[in-house]
Ligand binder design. Structure first.
Ligand SMILES: [Zn+2]
Length: 255
């Protein structure tokens, strides 16, 4: 089977903040850096995009430095956002779902547990979750649903040959990762199941916890799905920009 090429697209950052943000209840005195990514896989099934960044208006409202349009970043890979056939959303926090309207032709893949939480559970309207919510992104998903483009998954699923959706809840009720056949072996884009490589290496989550026991089980599971820890990729680690070959400004090849 042909392998997928995996790219990280950095749409904002780097930003500096308290270390305790990415290492829960530790590193109170330390400072940590983070950046904002989405991912594109090129392979036999055509381009598949994991998460979608945010639009320019949302970037302005959130005060994101170094913002680049997801449409422009994908164009640097020769991919037209408006024609992308599959958009996988790891979870529905603002920084992962905000740009969903930029992909008007895509089948949009979401875990049903995640969809139901943000749309049906009253607790998702409370201020802690309101901070993570993006009504523009959720409205774009409702439009996708009305157009028959929303695919809700219950747990693991095969998306295409060599591409699997892996349920990994904890950071969010229905977080999912994407496992891809890459030339170097199976690779897992874990999104925010680990914000940084350190989260996986030290078995320690970030501060944004929804279900801690579930999260610890998910981290263990994702670590077990790769043959080498370097092939389990985190969601916000600046190493994704720093330690991999840059194929275009803001775009690095991970595998
Ligand atoms: Zn995130």
């Amino acid at each position: 089977m042909d392998a997928y090429q995996i790219y990280a697209l950095c749409y904002a950052g780097p930003l500096e903040g308290p270390g305790a943000l990415t290492m829960w209840n530790r590193d109170w005195e330390a400072r940590g850096q983070r950046a904002y990514y989405f991912w594109c896989l090129l392979g036999p099934g055509g381009p598949v995009v994991l998460d979608c960044g945010v639009g320019p208006q949302q970037a302005g409202e959130r005060g994101l430095p170094g913002y680049l349009s997801p449409v422009e970043l994908l164009a640097r890979l020769g991919v037209e956002a408006a024609k992308v056939p599959h958009l996988v959303l790891s979870h529905l926090h603002w920084d992962h779902v905000g740009g969903a309207a930029l992909f008007p032709a895509a089948q949009v893949h979401v875990q049903e547990a995640e969809w139901r939480f943000w749309n049906e559970d009253p607790v998702a309207r409370r201020s802690v979750f309101q901070m993570l919510r993006d009504d523009q992104g959720l409205a774009a998903l409702e439009a996708a649903q009305a157009q028959g483009r929303l695919r809700l998954h219950q747990g693991d699923a095969q998306l295409l040959p060599g591409l699997e959706l892996i349920a990994a809840p904890g950071h969010a009720p229905g977080l999912m990762a994407l496992r891809a056949a890459a030339a170097a072996g199976p690779a897992v884009l874990g999104s925010d199941c680990g914000h940084t490589y350190r989260n996986y290496a030290e078995d320690w989550p970030s501060a944004f916890i929804c279900d801690l026991p579930a999260w610890l089980r998910s981290m263990q599971r994702l670590r077990g799905l790769v043959q080498r820890p370097e092939l389990l990729f985190p969601g916000h680690d600046i190493a994704l920009s720093r330690d991999f070959p840059e194929v275009a400004p803001g775009v690095t090849r991970l595998a």
